[in-house]
Design a protein around this ligand. Structure first.
Ligand code: HEM
Ligand SMILES: [Cu+2]
Length: 559
């Protein structure tokens, strides 16, 4: 797959809107992340800042960064991959309907969030209750993303008919895997939102089954992290070896990795519920085991990418057992995607290792609901995922507008500055998380406020390091926004077109068992029935009463 292709004006506008709107929202998302570090470090010692209450800001941060930005980006990226690698544009009507549903849904959810009527965090556990607009908006965002996926399926099927016997392009395997995982994950979420939360928040029913809602949320919540990760993996397998100047070490490793994610990404969610009584121990044990299983495709990825990078470095004259590392294009301005991918990979080394640690039943009991957890996930979703997405957003915008990157030298520093910031930020959170520093807590009112009875001097230094890291992350994003918006303001230099750097395979094995998605989807259903059938049975058996609504600001239930 070489060369650039022309894109219809409609698709071009669609993709630009789907990366532009969430990038603008990201300004708020990043701001609220930074403010969170100020509360944590006790630099802000009040219940709210600039008119936004603590939990309201935390909700805005989680929802914008982790739900809205990621979902819209994945759809935009998928549209571009389908158009480029299948040489067929997605069905325009369906794709635009998807855009409008996602946009209207986001705006609907934004109104209660900004007016303080949906401070339920991005996990929206009942009995925390939000305005119905929040849940309906979230549902529209999800349904909109389904439509985006549906706009590709007929194109893929007709490509298959026209190209019998050829391997599906790896990028298509990657993005389809992303959305197969998403479809599996969002079905229990749809049940929770449509059948439980919306009627409850509208006042049609009085109470809600909290353990069931949580079990359904985590059925969605863990595969959600692979929904974030898989577009980044797609870039790693398809583009990283090429921008490094080499080849993908093994084509089969990539295909197998994606297929394994289809089977293994969903039946693990109970690992977020080790502390909950309604689920019996043996199912927690089974989910633990399966969670270790899902580390497998990530190890395959780590080794394959390392081999691909070594190959590229040796082609560039790298020598010795280790010294070849010096030869990669770390600061290449034309090839800036390398810097974004590479900095993300370094963070993922820590994200992956801490993720495996979390899986351990005993370690989990220590770190559960401590600041260790956000420390961990800012090295995953805030690491390889986010860097790959913002790098690719900029890349697609330059291609689709025909405008060059405005400040190329500043641009290559963005990912390294981010890497440095997250290193401080996450270390601060993780180290003191091990001694019990809580997550999701306004520490400026309590633990880091010398005027409070709850003041705990042990956590002050770590919270300060966290805020320092957050400040560097903020600087990195300020640089990114300058590059991004200045690029939009630059005069056009080339015709709008679409092009992705695409790796050849060093070992181009036959596709074998990875040719067809269907057996993997069937296997996923079987494993899910085994892992979640008994879990949900347990939850239903153990929960007799439903809970009434609750407001974190008041000790008594609302009704
Ligand atoms: C300047 C950059 C950022 C800073 C300073 C920052 C900081 C923080 C802080 C301090 C918390 C609260 C931790 C707690 O008390 O539990 C948090 C939570 C969170 N962050 Fe970030 N963050 C940043 C970027 C991101 C990005 C890029 C993402 C994802 C794409 C992200 C996703 C999340 C999520 C999902 C939560 C959890 C919210 C919740 O507990 O409901 N953050 N962040
Ligand atoms: Cu999980």
């Amino acid at each position: 797959m070489e060369g650039s292709i022309k894109v219809s004006p409609s698709l071009r506008r669609l993709i630009l809107a789907e990366v532009g709107i969430p990038t603008v929202l990201l300004i708020f998302g990043i701001y609220h992340g930074f403010v969170q570090t100020l509360y944590r470090a006790g630099i802000i010692k009040s219940a709210s800042f600039m008119g936004i209450e603590y939990y309201q800001g935390l909700t805005l941060h989680g929802v914008i960064n982790a739900i809205v930005y990621t979902t819209m980006f994945a759809i935009a990226f998928g549209h571009a991959l389908v158009a480029y690698y299948l040489r067929k544009e997605p069905n325009a009507k369906v794709a635009w309907a998807s855009f409008w549903l996602m946009t209207v849904g986001t705006l609907m959810a934004a109104v209660p969030m900004f007016t303080g009527k949906a401070s339920v965090l991005y996990t929206f556990y009942p009995p925390l209750k939000a305005s119905p607009l929040f849940y309906i908006g979230a549902a529209l965002l999800v349904v909109g993303s389904w439509l985006g996926f549906f706009s590709w399926i007929p194109r893929y099927l007709s490509w298959r008919r026209e190209n019998p016997g050829s391997k599906t392009p790896m990028a298509i395997v990657g993005i389809f895997t992303t959305f197969i995982v998403w479809m599996i994950a969002t079905l229990p979420l749809a049940y929770e939102v449509l059948v439980m939360l919306i009627p409850w928040s509208l006042g049609w029913v009085n109470g809600i089954n909290v353990p069931l809602a949580r079990a359904l949320f985590w059925f969605f919540g863990h595969p959600l992290v692979y929904f974030w990760l898989l577009p980044a993996y797609t870039m790693y397998y398809v583009m990283l070896p090429r921008v490094a100047g080499g080849k993908l070490y093994s084509d089969f490793a990539g295909r197998l990795t994606f297929m394994l994610f289809i089977v293994l990404s969903a039946p693990v969610g109970v690992h977020h519920q080790f502390g909950e009584p309604a689920i019996s121990t043996q199912w927690k044990w089974l989910h633990t085991l399966l969670t270790y299983g899902v580390a497998l495709p990530s190890f395959v990825t780590a080794f394959t990418l390392a081999a691909s990078l070594e190959y590229a470095a040796r082609l560039r004259g790298g020598k010795g057992l280790f010294m070849w590392w010096g030869k990669l294009p770390y600061r290449s301005q034309e090839n800036y995607l390398f810097a974004y991918f590479f900095a993300g990979l370094i963070l993922f080394l820590f994200g992956g290792i801490t993720g495996i640690l979390n899986t351990s039943y005993t370690v989990n009991a220590v770190v559960h609901n401590t600041s260790w957890v956000p420390g961990h996930f800012h090295t995953t979703v805030g690491g390889p995922v986010f860097l790959a997405f913002i790098g690719m957003t900029l890349f697609m915008v330059t291609k689709l507008t025909g405008k060059p990157v405005a400040y190329p030298r500043l641009n290559v520093w963005v990912p390294y500055l981010w890497l440095l910031g997250v290193a401080f930020f996450s270390s601060g959170l993780m180290v003191s998380g091990l001694t019990g520093e809580p997550r999701r807590t306004n520490m400026g009112l309590t633990y880091t406020n010398p005027a409070s009875e709850a003041f705990n001097a042990d956590w002050s230094a770590a919270a300060g390091i966290t805020a320092f890291g957050g400040f560097i992350m903020l600087l990195s994003m300020a640089a990114y926004f300058i590059v991004f918006f200045a690029t939009l303001g630059t005069p056009r230099r080339a015709e709008p077109a679409l092009e992705f750097p695409t790796s050849e395979a060093y070992l181009d094995e036959p596709a074998r068992v990875t040719t067809n998605f269907k057996p993997w989807i069937a296997a996923a259903v079987v494993v899910l029935l085994i892992a979640y059938g008994p879990t949900l049975y347990d939850v239903l058996r153990a929960t007799f009463f439903s809970s009434v609504p609750f407001d974190p600001g008041s000790p008594a239930p609302l009704r």
